[in-house]
Each structure stands twice: as C-alpha cells, then as structure tokens.
Write a protein of this length. Sequence first.
Length: 269
Amino acid sequence: MATYAIGDVQGCADELRELLGVIRFDGEADRLWFVGDLVNRGPKSLETLRLVRALGEAAVCVLGNHDFHLLCRAEGFARKHADDTLDEVLAAPDAPQLLAWLRARPMMHAANGYAMVHAGLLPQWSLAQAQALAHEVEGALRGAQCREFLRHLYGTEPRGWRDGLAGWDRLRVIVNAMARLRYCTDAGEMLLAVKREDAPPGARRWFDLRPPDEAPIVCGHWSTLGLLVTHKLLALDTGCVWGGRLTAVRLEDRALFQVPCREYQRPAE
C-alpha cells in the first residue's frame, strides 16, 4: 500500500489519468491525496471531478481557491472570470451531486505523519488548532447556512488572526489562509495580493514561519514557487495548467513522479 500526494490538477484530466498510470495506482491498496484545485483553467474540469469522485475512499482532496470559486459561482456569488472553464460543470446533469460532493471535502487532512492543506497555515496556529479551525469551515459548508457562508466568503479582511474573531470574519480568515496564502508578515498578517517570488520587504513565505519540529505539510497553490521538497514541506504545484508538469510524491519514501502537460493557459504576467 502506498500514499501518493498529487499537485494542482485544475481540470487537466488527461494528465491525471496518465499520472495514475505512471504510478501504477491500485485503487484497492493505494491512497491518493489531492492538494486541491481540482478544477478551473484547464479544459476538463467536469471530467476531473467525476474521475476523483469515482475514486471513493481511495482519494482525499482538500479544498482550494478554485474549488471555492466553483461553489460560489454555482450560488451566484462570484463573477465569471475570463479564464474560467467551469461552465461545463455548472451545466452538467450531475452538477448538484458533484457540487454536494465538493462541499463535503475537507479543508485540511492529517495522517501518516503528514498534514495537507491547499495553500498554507498562519504562523500562530498549531497543527491541532488548524485542524479544529478547518472543521469549523467544513461545518459551515455542510450545514444549513452554507449559502450564507458562501455569500460572505469573498474579501481580504481581516488580514490576520485573532482568537476572538467570530462569525463570517472568522471563517473568511481561515479560508483565506488555507486556500489562498503565499506570503505573510512576521506577525502573521496575510499579504494576499503578493504572488511573485520577488516579494517586497517584510513579506515572508508562510512556511518559513512555521515551527521546525511539526509534521511536514503537503500543499499546492503556488505554481511560481514550483516543486519544493524539504524536511517540513512538500509543495507540489508544478504548473500543470500552464504547460508545466503534474506531480505526485509517494509519501512513504518521497519518490517523485511527473508527467508533462499541454500548455492550456499562458502564465499570468
């Protein structure tokens, strides 16, 4: 039995199938960890959702920012972006079932000595606290107030964590950190508009502020960072949708597997 962590798929279903062939995935014995962003910008978001959902208990997928964008668009709370490729999903006859399945995905997953989140974790949070906060978001997504939660999701405020945060502000900070974070200040204030490697003074990569003795974190979200494997981090977004590669790492021995991808989108300037 092996566990494979897989980077951002973003609708690249053909490459995902090829990668599963390369690792010789055995659905009876192996497990797949998806870092989120199953959908959008690539050509086959609908096919990707159907494929991963059909894997059942063999796969776990945390929610990414593009997955949230799909949920918000489905409820009418997000505008269609020029590079969105979600219309096929929204028009599909099984859209209600796929969206319900997506809402039931976790924000964070921890097992086998690793923790997985799409984007990052704030420096103030222990892994145990982060898991508890992730459960708060999961409860909102799966509960009766799901639509109101999605209505209030978008925004960049508050930019930092306070234990006294409540309501939609509290949930928004959790989602922004776990699904959007790249850089923050030493004090843990999120710099969500900063995306490039040449960050301004005072901007710190979120993982550089994490305690060195915690479990390694598996994440994606940051294609310009690329593949980064250290003792405490496995960053696996290798820009599949930009013509890069789709990456898997076998967690037991950190063996690397990659397939080349078609250039579906041009990288953002």
